[in-house]
Ligand binder design. Structure first.
Ligand SMILES: [Zn+2]
Length: 459
């Protein structure tokens, strides 16, 4: 039999496939051709079957699928990360108005491009190969360019608000403008033909959009095989607003207007009741859990969060960082551990289920389950080499447990996206990282100055 031609083979690694049988292959081999996984199996079985242009000794590595961050803000946060003090007494709305929104508004198009590139490099360096943006981008073209340069996969959306909050605003006009923006972005950055970066009709969520905008977003997603994403009910404020203004709780309202479904991703969902949980499960809506953002934001997730019950009810639960550091491996451990404690039950979210949330479930939430989320022949070559020549990885014994409970993004040595090695030996292969960090420093300082928010820098 003539050996099959492949571009690269990695030999001797432990491969955590996340395939249907959740195989973990010791002394495994993985071959790629173009942007796809061409062959996978035991090294001894694969060696004679493929003829590779290049060979990588994988004995030092554990290979996993690339991680999928299903909720991250790639503009606004990265260039001013950690700036806002966490002990200010403002209510959530005041914090947004005083500290968060001004930082977004102070970004220039070039800042957003830089911010997106920085966020992408940060994600890739921690093993995240695909993300779903939170819908807070102001300059979509520049962000698109910044992301393409970094070689990451993702779905992005412009900042769209269709509801009038002050009597002077014309709600019909705002709604019309919001819907046009959604239509334009989906047409301009289509997801077909395997585009790495594409637009989704992403809504900020909470109470910022009218029913017409929600319905238009859902219709666009249905017609183009995309999804819709929105923030909902991190705090009591969302159910309170819906009850006061629409006479129903948020999920009941979204069910009523027909926008729930398996192509909707709702982030946070902490303050929901039994009926809302049932509606979410019945409609197969995706829940995006951002455990660190929830804990730090004092949402009440340890007391009120329902992730174990949602999972039990068959809901797809994916993970997000929400911009608090881009290491999804840390968040996967935190999400699982948080609910073990909350239910005082160590059997909640075992390691395998935690890893599913960061890989397969993320792929499903992003409507990309046929392309990414596991290592399988024919799927996209999006995967991570974890370096076991590190203190936190030795001795290598129970790989799955170690991956979830002991390791994190520090051990990410190399990353492939679409068959391209974008991280090698802990550095991005195409972005000049030193230049990027210097530019980020200059831009961040200028944004703080322009934004007019208080100067709280040390020194
Ligand atoms: Zn968010």
């Amino acid at each position: 039999m003539t050996p099959e031609r492949v571009d690269t083979i990695i030999k001797g690694a432990v491969i955590v496939t996340q395939d249907e049988e959740r195989r973990i292959i010791r002394d495994g081999a993985l071959a790629i051709r173009g942007d796809r996984i061409a062959a996978l199996g035991k090294r001894s079985e694969l060696e004679d079957k493929v003829d590779a242009t290049s060979m990588i000794d994988g004995r030092r590595f554990v290979i996993t699928p690339g991680f999928i961050d299903a909720h991250i803000h790639i503009t606004g946060d990265p260039l001013t990360r950690g700036y806002v003090p966490d002990d200010i007494s403002d209510a959530f709305g005041d914090t947004l108005q005083r500290w968060v929104i001004p930082r977004y508004l102070a970004h220039t198009p070039a800042d957003e491009r830089l911010s997106a590139r920085l966020a992408a490099v940060e994600m890739l360096r921690a093993g995240t190969t695909c993300f779903l943006e939170a819908g807070t981008i102001r300059y979509l073209d520049e962000v698109f360019e910044g992301l393409v340069e970094a070689g990451i996969r993702g779905r992005i959306g412009a900042w769209v608000e269709g509801r009038a909050f002050s009597p002077e605003d014309d709600e019909a006009a705002l709604t019309g403008k919001a819907i046009r923006l959604l239509e334009q972005e989906v047409a301009r950055f289509p997801a077909d033909s395997g585009a790495r970066i594409a637009a989704w009709p992403i809504l900020i969520g909470h109470s910022t959009n009218t029913d017409e905008v929600w319905k238009a977003a859902k219709a666009l997603a249905d017609a183009n095989n995309l999804g819709v994403s929105a923030h909902l009910s991190p705090y009591r404020a969302d159910p309170a607003w819906y009850l006061d203004n629409l006479g129903r709780r948020p999920i009941a309202h979204l069910a009523e207007i027909g926008v729930l479904g398996d192509n909707l991703c709702l982030t946070h969902l902490v303050h929901i009741d039994d009926q809302e949980e049932a509606l979410l499960a019945e409609s197969r809506t995706n829940a995006i859990l951002c455990p660190f953002a929830a804990l730090k934001g004092a949402f009440g997730i340890s007391a009120l969060g329902r992730a174990p019950e949602m999972a039990q009810a068959g809901m797809n639960i994916a993970l997000g960082t929400d911009g608090y550091g881009s290491d999804l491996m840390q968040k996967m451990a935190l999400a699982a551990a948080l609910f073990k404690d909350a239910r005082q039950d160590t059997k909640i979210f075992p390691a395998g289920q935690a890893l599913d949330m960061a890989t397969l479930n993320g792929a499903r939430a992003l409507q990309l389950q046929d392309e990414i989320g596991s290592i399988a022949v024919g799927k996209k070559a999006d995967f991570v080499l974890h370096d076991t020549d590190r203190p936190e990885w030795r001795p290598v014994l129970n790989v799955l447990q170690q991956l979830v409970w002991c390791a994190d993004g520090r051990g990410v040595h190399s990353v492939w996206v679409d068959g391209v090695r974008v991280v090698e030996n802990y550095r991005h292969t195409q972005v000049d990282e030193d230049e990027l960090y210097a530019a980020a420093q200059v831009a961040g300082e200028a944004i703080i100055k322009r934004s007019g928010i208080p100067d709280v820098r040390a020194g």
